[in-house]
Ligand binder design. Sequence first.
Ligand SMILES: Nc1ncnc2c1ncn2[C@@H]1O[C@H](COP(=O)(O)OP(=O)(O)OP(=O)(O)O)[C@@H](O)[C@H]1O
Length: 209
Amino acid sequence: MTIILNNIKPSYMSEDEVSTSDIYMQPNVVFNSGKNYLIKANSGHGKTSILNFIYGSSTNYEGKINYNSDTEINVISLRKTKLSYVFQDYKLFPSLSVFQNIILKNNLTHHKTQDQIDALINHLNLGHKRDSLVENLSLGQKQRVAIIRALCQPFHFILLDEPFSHLDPTNIKIVSALIQKEAKQQNAGIIMTALDEVFAFNFDTTINL
Ligand SMILES: Nc1ncnc2c1ncn2[C@@H]1O[C@H](COP(=O)(O)OP(=O)(O)OP(=O)(O)O)[C@@H](O)[C@H]1O
């Protein structure tokens, strides 16, 4: 799958604000599945915005996004099998447990077995929290739950919005290896945003937003 951005500009940001961007207001910015991309920028420069535009959860922009060069495709139809997203604010259900949050999604996709989900929970050091309510987790624990949930579907691209902002170096290493392995198995692309370099990851391309 290919995602092509053409002259994208958030409607709520001025031309001056995005004038130095390598993505905003640029023609033909191409993302290919099978490749890992880092989108790097300071706070408030539009990282969440660009992922929301690609995912179609915001249409508050000028310009055009094409998926597989198809100008007519409805991005929402791509989400179940082609686009996964780890939101910066996680979008978990606080009154459900770790396991319930994950299985709720997996029940829609049937992408993993229950044993595979338990193995992932243990692998990301959340075994002792499996049946705890998400509202009682630390931010770093919530971040890992959101990552496991995002892996419970097939995808051609996974979008990750500052996914390691609350993780320690050991967990970053474990989570990075897992995401890269899962993406590689599906020949999928990774589009990650961050404030700075992410050394635990092998990126093909780093783009300054
Ligand atoms: N729906 C919206 N309406 C108006 N302004 C918005 C909207 N969404 C974002 N903004 C503004 O656009 C700018 C970019 O926001 P965005 O959340 O994309 O940045 P970011 O790079 O992800 O920031 P951070 O690193 O702090 O998470 C900010 O000035 C923000 O206030």
